[in-house]
Design a protein around this ligand. Structure first.
Ligand SMILES: *Cc1c(COP(=O)(O)O)cnc(C)c1O
Length: 377
């Protein structure tokens, strides 16, 4: 069986976890957490990177730092993972869902402005499949309407928009290191802070509302309760696992890009015949091969393709059920304007296996089976 995802493992993880245990510092902000934070700051250019227990928690921190209040509105795509919405719903916000651009499945920047009301506080964008949203337009809208921008860059590490790392363009960026992402620590994520003025509050928020981070740096002689907070810092053992992969980030990226390009080239003729649609990478973006998807004719054909592949021992999957039509989406938000593409396009999309240890042989086998399926169409 070719699995849909296999968590990344490069070889040094166990040594680093052992080192973290030998350091006798297995809780947060030890040697490896610091190394990961520094790596992320260097790689992305963010003013500050803070490793967190998940991207969901990084999003919660971003919502708290945006200082949203009960009744405020957040603009976001309906085609996303629940966490983008949850972070704001937990603070009492209403979700205003905006349609996607069918070419990228990212929020349609041209439909954002009509969704803005006097209650709007934040635009939360999602860089789907690690392919950037049209950030210049989005930042311009945000500036003109005095809104904060949170980038859900859960899938976007190593990707860029006009040369800038995803997660460093808005006010806050949120990364994920869940086992399904390009680099992993089991469960984990990071908050990227792009304006120095939020760093101190973010550190306090992440450390149960205390100035423990300052205390550890020797900047204060005791730490105290300073503000509201929670526990968003991961164990150093998890950070150790992640650091082994960050050191190999380019190698992992190269392998993923190779598999992605094989799929793309192989299916190009199917797209030319009008049988499928392939991912679109705008000129302004470089991507990270987080995901390879294709779009079938419709829901029926997608169901057929998934079961055809399953018969051939290949696990292909689909996602997301649009949030606005889910029970919580109905309760906590509404769609802005007409759902022209979100539902229709989400029903056609199927994701093929994509992970670091996916062999060339297996990739070619998957390609041959998809081609076989379409040969009969
Ligand atoms: C994976 C993912 C998340 C959640 O990440 P966790 O680290 O599991 O909390 C949020 N948003 C998007 C778009 C994701 O793909």
């Amino acid at each position: 069986m070719i699995r849909f995802n296999v968590p990344p493992y490069t070889g040094n993880e166990l040594d680093y976890v052992k080192k973290s245990i030998e350091n006798m510092h297995i809780c947060g902000d030890g040697e490896f957490t610091k190394k990961c934070n520094e790596w992320l700051e260097k790689k992305t250019g963010a003013a500050k990177a803070l490793l967190t227990t998940s991207c969901t928690h990084a999003l919660e921190m971003a919502a708290l730092l945006c200082d949203v209040k009960e009744g405020d509105e957040v603009i976001l795509p309906s085609y996303t993972f629940v966490s983008t919405a949850d972070a704001f719903v937990l603070r009492g916000c209403k979700c205003v869902f905006v349609d996607v651009n069918p070419k990228t499945m990212n929020i349609d920047e041209n439909k954002i402005e009509e969704a803005i009301t006097d209650k709007t506080k934040v635009i939360a964008v999602v860089h789907y499949a690690g392919v950037a949203c049209e950030m210049d337009t989005i930042m311009d809208i945000a500036r003109r309407h005095n809104l904060m921008v949170v980038e859900d860059a859960a899938q976007g590490i190593m990707s860029t928009y006009k040369g800038r790392a995803l997660g460093t363009i808005g006010d806050f960026g949120c990364l994920s290191f869940h086992e399904t992402k390009n680099y992993s620590m089991g469960e984990g994520g990071a908050l990227l802070i792009n304006d120095e003025k939020y760093v101190e509050q973010a550190e306090i928020l992440r450390e149960k509302g205390t100035d423990r981070s300052k205390f550890f740096r020797g900047q204060v002689d005791k730490y105290r309760w300073q503000d509201f907070g929670s526990s968003y810092l991961p164990s150093d053992m998890n950070a150790a696992y992640l650091y082994a992969q960050l050191e190999m980030a380019d190698e992992i990226n190269d392998v993923r890009m190779d598999r992605w390009n094989r799929y793309y080239e192989a299916f190009k003729p199917l797209e030319e015949k009008g049988l499928v649609e392939l991912p679109f990478i705008p000129d302004y973006a470089t991507h990270n091969a987080h995901m390879f998807y294709l779009k079938c004719k419709d829901l029926t054909e997608r169901t057929e393709l998934i079961s055809f592949l399953k018969e051939a021992d290949i696990l292909a999957v689909f996602h997301y059920v649009p949030l606005h039509s889910a029970p919580a989406g109905v309760k906590f938000g509404h769609f802005s304007g007409e759902d022209e593409y979100t539902t229709k396009e989400s029903e056609r999309l199927v994701r093929l296996p994509m992970f670091y240890t996916l062999s060339v042989e297996d990739t070619e086998y998957i390609i041959s089976k998809v081609k076989e399926f379409y040969a009969s169409k």
